[in-house]
Design a binder for this molecule. Structure first.
Ligand SMILES: [Zn+2]
Length: 464
């Protein structure tokens, strides 16, 4: 699909895009493996052969997992349920203990978790797993959504839209030549030129698939210019990932793009976890994962949110995570889907909601950029609550050791100034100290304004 000639043409015409030559050359080492993965995923779909739990036990028996310091003590374990649970907090402070002695850190690929549910932690990937993550995630979702066959014929397979400040525009070339170019496009909702650039890229290259978070889609579809510019573009499918997709949001995005929106669940820790088939009756979980549900504090907790999802995977040999408590609450359907696939489906999911803050003057603000606070100040954890269109409360727990009151006052003042300068309207910022209770269902960004997108768009129109 993607020839070197067309890559050169693309890069010459779009100098704001990067292409990682070294990474591409490394990926060609795994061409056969990636093709095999694609085929296994396509035909026969979701064949459940080996029990993934027994694969974990085998990896303990053959010593592979015992090379990971955190699992050394498992040498006599033959019962999966004896493996201790690991939560995000433990991983954050002991991440190096989860790296296999078979690998040098300097040889591994690394990515930071998004920081939407807990402080960002670096996850290390083996080369093989990294390319699985980079190349196969969208392909797997498109196979399940039943659009792969048509999508792989397009010169541009996908555009992934992100507002992660650490990323840059880049083009990814599939070494197996199965699908066309995959573009990663960064937008900054405060810079209209970046959103207009996105519209230009979409209308020029007409990618088969668009991928983003529900809140970025919300920003895109509320842009009046986009409404006009994208009127002749109908993608084969939209993939929504990274945050809870409510049915209301799904309908709005579907109405705008006149195509189906598929809900997906991927994490930095595991890559692809689950996505919907064409029946959209729950997300099919990748059969190579061991999935468990834990009902922690079930007595006090409202059961409608479901149970805590715990995942194990040994696919990433460099940093295999066993019985990892994701912090997301799900309900699971065990029945066979109308599409004929067996295995588990995630029906409801909660715990990764990333709202948009609606501001006075009709402006919007996607608070994800505030995750930067972790990289700028000695912050252990924080939470931002929007109380009204211009009042924000920020609760901060500082890292241990930040103890002089003068120090604390300066940090709080600097956080206050940084947030005030980042939010694009005159705001009242209140910074408060807190000790977070990690057992509670934590959400970093909360808004008390309950505006629907339609109301907000009407409001924007009135302000024009
Ligand atoms: Zn299905």
């Amino acid at each position: 699909m993607a020839s070197i000639y067309s890559l050169k043409t693309f890069l010459d015409a779009n100098p704001d895009f990067g292409f990682d030559v070294i990474e591409y050359l490394l990926s060609t080492k795994y061409t056969d493996y990636l093709i095999q993965c694609i085929n296994e995923f396509r035909y026969p779909l979701f064949r459940i052969d080996d029990d993934p739990k027994s694969k974990v036990i085998s990896a303990i028996k053959d010593n592979t997992l015992l090379k990971v310091p955190a699992y050394k003590h498992l040498n006599n374990t033959s019962d999966f349920n004896e493996i201790p649970l690991v939560d995000k907090q433990t991983l954050l402070y002991n991440s190096q203990h989860y790296i296999s002695g078979d690998y040098e850190i300097s040889d591994l690929f690394a990515r930071n978790t998004s920081g939407t549910t807990r402080k960002p932690v670096t996850i290390y990937y083996s080369e093989k797993f990294y390319f699985e993550f980079l190349i196969l995630t969208t392909i797997k979702i498109s196979v399940l959504a039943n659009v792969f066959h048509n999508a792989c014929n397009k010169a541009f397979f996908s555009i992934t839209i992100s507002d992660n400040p650490n990323l840059n525009n880049r083009v990814i070339v599939d070494p197996t030549n199965t699908v066309g170019f995959m573009l990663l496009v960064k937008i900054d909702e405060q810079k209209t030129e970046t959103i207009e650039r996105l519209f230009h890229l979409i209308t020029t290259f007409k990618p088969a698939i668009l991928i983003s978070t529900p809140n970025l889609f919300e920003i895109i579809i509320s842009n009046l210019k986009g409404k006009m510019l994208l009127r002749n573009y109908i993608p084969l499918a939209i993939f929504s990932s990274g945050s809870v997709l409510t049915e209301d949001k799904r309908q709005k995005i579907q109405n705008f793009f006149r195509t189906k929106v598929f809900n997906c669940y991927n994490t930095t820790e595991f890559g692809f976890i689950a996505s919907e088939c064409k029946y959209q009756d729950g997300m099919h979980i990748d059969p190579s994962l061991v999935v468990e549900l834990h009902c922690t504090e079930s007595e006090e907790r409202d059961k409608k949110d479901g149970d805590e999802l715990v995942i194990s995977s040994i696919r990433n040999k460099a940093m295999p995570l066993l019985r990892f408590v994701t912090g997301d609450r799900v309900t699971i359907d065990y029945t066979t889907c109308n599409c004929g696939r067996e295995g588990l489906r995630i029906k409801g999911i909660s715990g990764r909601d990333l709202p948009i803050f609606y501001l006075k003057d009709g402006k919007t603000f996607s608070p994800y950029v505030l995750v930067k606070l972790f990289y700028m100040f000695p912050i252990e954890e924080f939470q931002v609550i929007q109380l009204d269109y211009h009042t924000f409360e920020i609760f901060i727990q500082l890292c241990k050791g930040t103890n002089t009151s003068q120090n604390i006052d300066t940090i709080f003042k600097n956080v206050e100034n940084y947030v005030r300068n980042t939010i694009p309207c005159d705001s009242n910022i209140i910074v408060k100290s807190i000790e977070f209770d990690y057992k509670s269902n934590f959400q970093r960004f909360i808004t008390r304004i309950n505006k629907s997108l339609d109301e907000q768009m009407t409001r924007n129109l009135l302000l024009l």
